[in-house]
Design a protein around this ligand. Structure first.
Ligand SMILES: Cc1cc2nc3c(=O)[nH]c(=O)nc-3n(C[C@H](O)[C@H](O)[C@H](O)COP(=O)(O)OP(=O)(O)OC[C@H]3O[C@@H](n4cnc5c(N)ncnc54)[C@H](O)[C@@H]3O)c2cc1C
Ligand SMILES: NC(=O)c1ccc[n+]([C@@H]2O[C@H](COP(=O)([O-])OP(=O)(O)OC[C@H]3O[C@@H](n4cnc5c(N)ncnc54)[C@H](O)[C@@H]3O)[C@@H](O)[C@H]2O)c1
Length: 488
């Protein structure tokens, strides 16, 4: 039996940082990984997909070159072997860098193999038995495969296996029209494949507000992505050229099928029953707001706890737990302002509540919204698809959420993320002087339609400004004055 101060299972987005932090404080740590170092994000998630999105962007821009007055000789071609090689190189750099960091950390044993509990303080990895008073789970998840008649009998791709393709599918059918499905759908369309998205729900990305879903469907359709929503009664059968997916009375024939209908946690083969760790009905480890499971000394971080499904939520889990265990902090998941992006082009940056969620909470909801066509920078870039909206509590003047679907939306949303983390009322954003010409520049304008914020909710900063300019308000920025402002 090998004794440690802490055992961490999984090298996803929380495990490595936590292992190094614990080792640096003098603790003896075992970090166990059964697959590739870095987990989903590095190997089969964010890193490879965003690398391939960049290749797809280059192809798309090359095809649109003439729109910008740029003349290219001959048609635009995509070499999938080179796209994959570029992706593999970026992934390898991240994974190898992580492994070197972990192997170079004193007090940290990196163990390769599948970990399984035999008791609440003991895990086995192959022949090795390890015990520790602290055990942290960072086991992540994997693609879910739905029970669709005939699916077992046809070859299908998942978000992991599609990354191994080095040829272009003739016609890619993407089952599931949400984050995974839409990023791949647009990317493969731009690589030159015919692409059909089949979504069971009534619209794409149903977690978002309807006008966001509609705008995404519009720009995908404009690029030639075929979209079927409300698809029910599904069955799949092989054909000489690939497969046929029947959805009710309709059918789609394709050469390749990507199943992108969600993920499930890697908690079914961990022996959690031997440790007595409770799961919810979907198989996620149940944790409290400090990431504690029901078993003292066992915590769960990242996707496997069902409290976030993103790289940054997993990393934030690490920061919360490390601060609580090592710095005596009292950090809690309750204080997290949820944010994420969908990396289509244009991307969707999101923070906090959707309008639908805000209205369901029976608050007095105020909404400011503008189409991207009103944003000078979007017009200048020739990328006017999308919209931006911000949602405010009319009583407390708190910013409840925002969505920016447009060029740089994934970056511009951080203006709102920062203000929400500072718990700043919307008056602060309304008076901010943004940089021209940017997408974020329109954020104060979105709020111009809303009632003037009260002094009660103004910040100390506002007080200072008003003291400096007691007799007059700062000049107002109407949408038109902003948009019509000549370039500097
Ligand atoms: C296609 C795709 C694109 C994505 N894009 C983004 C994005 O752009 N931005 C974003 O924020 N998020 C994105 N995500 C989500 C993101 O990848 C995950 O939220 C994140 O990786 C979760 O990290 P984690 O630490 O919870 O676990 P993971 O990264 O899943 O790591 C868990 C690790 O635990 C190991 N493991 C599991 N069980 C055991 C065991 N019993 N013994 C030993 N080891 C074990 C696994 O092998 C794995 O390496 C994407 C996901 C996918 C699928
Ligand atoms: N940009 C990002 O940060 C990013 C990118 C990709 C993935 N991710 C993470 O990965 C997770 C999984 O993403 P996802 O898109 O696979 O799952 P998801 O849960 O977001 O969406 C699954 C979609 O599939 C549909 N669906 C379910 N069953 C279906 C069926 N039988 N036929 C057709 N459609 C069906 C659902 O209605 C839903 O729209 C996300 O929660 C996200 O956290 C994040």
């Amino acid at each position: 039996m090998q004794r440690y101060d802490a055992i961490i299972i999984g090298t996803g987005q929380a495990g490595p940082a936590l292992a190094v932090r614990l080792a640096e404080t003098g603790k003896r740590v075992a970090l166990i990984e059964r697959g590739a170092f870095g987990g989903t994000c590095v190997n089969t998630g964010c890193t490879p997909t965003k690398t391939m999105v960049a290749s797809a962007h280059a192809a798309h821009l090359a095809r649109r070159a003439a729109d910008y007055g740029v003349v290219l000789q001959g048609p635009v071609g995509v070499d999938m072997r080179r796209v994959k090689a570029r992706k593999d190189a970026v992934v390898a750099q991240s994974s190898e860098g992580l492994e070197a960091w972990l192997r170079g950390t004193a007090g940290l044993d990196l163990i390769q193999g599948h970990a399984r509990f035999t008791a609440a303080d003991t895990v086995v990895v192959g022949e090795r038995q390890l015990t520790a008073p602290w055990i942290m789970l960072n086991v992540g998840g994997r693609p879910a495969v739905p029970a669709i008649p005939g699916l077992d009998a046809v070859p299908y791709l998942t978000s992991s296996s599609i990354l191994d393709l080095d040829t272009l599918p003739e016609h890619l059918l993407v089952l599931g029209g949400s984050y995974v499905g839409l990023e791949f759908a647009q990317m493969f369309r731009r690589f030159g494949a015919r692409v059909t998205v089949v979504e069971a729900g009534p619209r794409l990305v149903q977690r978002e507000d309807p006008e966001i879903s509609a705008a995404i469907a519009d720009f995908l359709a404009a690029e030639g992505v075929e979209i079927v929503v409300g698809a029910g009664d599904l069955s799949v059968a092989a054909t000489p050229d690939g497969l046929r997916l029947r959805h009710g009375p309709g059918a789609v024939e394709a050469t390749h099928l990507l199943v992108a209908v969600g993920r499930r946690p890697n908690t079914d083969d961990l022996g959690l029953d031997r440790a007595g760790v409770a799961l919810d009905r979907r198989g996620y480890v149940t944790v409290d707001d400090a990431l504690r499971t029901n078993v003292p000394g066992i915590w769960a971080l990242g996707d496997c706890n069902g409290r976030g499904a993103f790289t940054h939520t997993a990393y934030d889990d690490y920061e919360i737990l490390a601060a609580n265990l090592l710095d005596g902090a009292g950090r809690s998941l309750r204080d997290r302002v949820m944010a994420y992006a969908l990396f289509t082009e244009p991307p969707l940056g999101r923070v906090g509540m959707t309008e639908a969620e805000a209205r369901a909470s029976s608050r007095k909801v105020l909404v400011g919204q503008r189409p991207m066509t009103r944003v000078a920078r979007a017009r200048e870039k020739g990328e006017t698809a999308g919209l931006m909206k911000i949602i405010v509590d009319g009583d407390t003047e708190e910013i409840l959420g925002a969505a920016i679907l447009g060029p740089g939306g994934d970056e511009a949303i951080h203006t709102v993320i920062g203000l929400m983390n500072a718990r700043a009322p919307y008056g602060v954003l309304r008076r901010m002087m943004p940089i021209h010409p940017t997408v974020a520049e329109l954020l104060p304008t979105l709020l111009a339609d809303l009632p003037a914020p009260s002094r009660r909710a103004d910040t100390a900063l506002d007080e200072t400004i008003e003291e400096s300019f007691p007799a007059s308000d700062p000049p107002s920025h109407t949408p038109e004055s902003r948009i019509g402002r000549p370039s500097r």
